[in-house]
Design a protein around this ligand. Structure first.
Ligand code: UD1
Ligand code: UDP
Length: 374
């Protein structure tokens, strides 16, 4: 390897972009690296929102999103197209983050060329191959051959060691989502107008407790989404709450939510928020109802109770700390647990403790140092 290492960072969706922009910034500012960025654009608008805010300009944009894309088609196209970029760039390292289709395909394309892979947010495991689906298997695949595993927590590191991965290749770095959250909070403090777009809703819902909501997991499509919508309808019968729900662009989510919830005055179905506005939503919310991975990490860092609409989680740290609770997708359980937090002050304060098991905001620099020295 030459003294200046060429790093190709590959990503495709909104959460990967959020969790990788701090590393892309760190690599760009560091003379030890020649940093290149390839986006599969498995997401389009939702990815572009992050790139614009973070000032990341990709060197390669594969523009792979197509409406309602299947896993097979996306995987096949990502593998072939990322492979072509690897052949033209010949990087010393490929960096991927998390567990999407882009991550799995990008890592395999690198492996086929014997290029070492750095896996950011390595070692998350639910222990169940269909929860979340297909992410649990995507990340296990990458874990089998990555040369550098950047585990966000000790729990994630232990999961990798249990799989007999070489301990010398596993490092606890923290999760770069905390770097991203600090970065965006500082930007908004300098320029409040960046996150002022919710002020109309804030005025409309003044005096009510705001429930921030997101939902998009594939394993919840069908009955799961219907049940989640049913729960929200029941919660919205209360006149002391309002739900703000930026709806994911996946048509499987939008169809159900628009059909089931659009007529409710105190439920605002809105377009996906850019990151500064989502951080603002976290800030003004009394609690979060979500099936998202990233939100399970951000909400505890901000002391916001989070009810996770999933049967299992690969992020047990929030549950252990008491800021997150698994509620599944049974409407009665979602409603009961939400009402408990709305009505029982002691239960609410027990959960609303700022707790940050996921990092100290310096993860990107640690990962850059590992890429320079490994
Ligand atoms: C993907 C990831 C999931 C991750 C999620 C983050 C896979 C299999 N799934 O799920 O792990 O948690 O991103 O949000 O990798 N769409 C748009 N515009 C966009 C984004 C999506 O229109 O900017 C619509 C398109 O119709 C697209 C569909 O959403 O076909 C699904 O996108 P896809 O990337 O396949 O899956 P997600 O459900 O977003
Ligand atoms: N997010 C955002 N705008 C939104 C909803 C979420 O910026 O309207 C951010 C959120 O802060 C978190 C990330 O997107 O960092 C989570 O992405 P998502 O839930 O789509 O995916 P997951 O984390 O479940 O893979």
């Amino acid at each position: 390897m030459s003294s200046c290492r060429k790093i190709l960072t590959v990503f495709g969706t909104r959460p990967e972009a959020i969790k990788l922009f701090p590393l892309v910034h760190a690599l760009a500012e560091d003379s030890r690296f020649d940093s290149r960025v390839c986006i599969s654009a498995q997401h389009r608008e939702m990815l572009d929102q992050v790139l614009e805010i973070a000032g990341v300009v990709p060197d390669h944009d594969l523009d792979l999103m197509s409406p309602g894309q299947t896993l097979d088609a996306l995987t096949a196209r990502a593998l072939v197209e990322i492979g072509k970029v690897l052949d033209s760039e010949e990087p010393d390292w490929v960096v991927v983050q998390g567990d999407t289709t882009t991550v799995m395909a990008g890592a395999i394309a690198a492996y086929y060329r014997k290029i070492p892979v750095c896996h950011v947010e390595a070692g998350l495991r639910s222990g169940h191959i269909y929860h979340p689906w297909p992410e649990e298997v995507n990340r296990r695949v990458v874990g089998t051959f990555a040369a550098l595993h950047c585990a966000p927590t000790e729990t994630a590191r232990d999961a990798l060691l249990k799989e007999n991965i070489d301990p010398a290749s596993v490092h606890v770095t923290g999760n770069t989502v905390i770097d991203a959250l600090h970065w965006v909070t500082q930007r908004v403090a300098q320029e409040p107008a960046m996150a002022s777009g919710l002020s109309g809703l804030e005025r409309r819902f003044a005096g009510r407790k705001i429930i921030g909501m997101t939902s998009h997991r594939r394993e919840n499509f069908g009955d799961g989404m219907q049940n989640i919508a049913k729960a929200v309808r029941a919660i919205a019968t209360r006149d002391d709450v309002a739900v703000i729900f930026p709806v994911h662009l996946n048509p499987n989510v939008r169809a159900v939510m628009n059909e089931q919830l659009a007529d409710l005055d105190n439920v605002a179905l809105i377009e996906p928020l850019d990151y500064p506005h989502f951080a603002r939503l976290l800030d003004i919310s009394h609690l979060m109802l979500t099936d998202s991975g990233g939100v399970q990490e951000e909400a505890p860092a901000l002391g916001k109770p989070v009810l996770v609409m999933r049967e299992t989680t690969e992020r047990p740290e929030g549950v252990t700390a008491g800021t997150a609770r698994l509620v599944g997708t049974d409407p009665e359980t979602i409603v009961r647990e939400t009402e408990r937090l709305l009505d029982d002050e002691a239960a609410y304060s027990a959960m609303a403790q700022a707790h940050n098991p996921f990092g100290d905001g310096r993860s990107a620099q640690r990962i850059a140092d590992l890429l320079a020295t490994t």
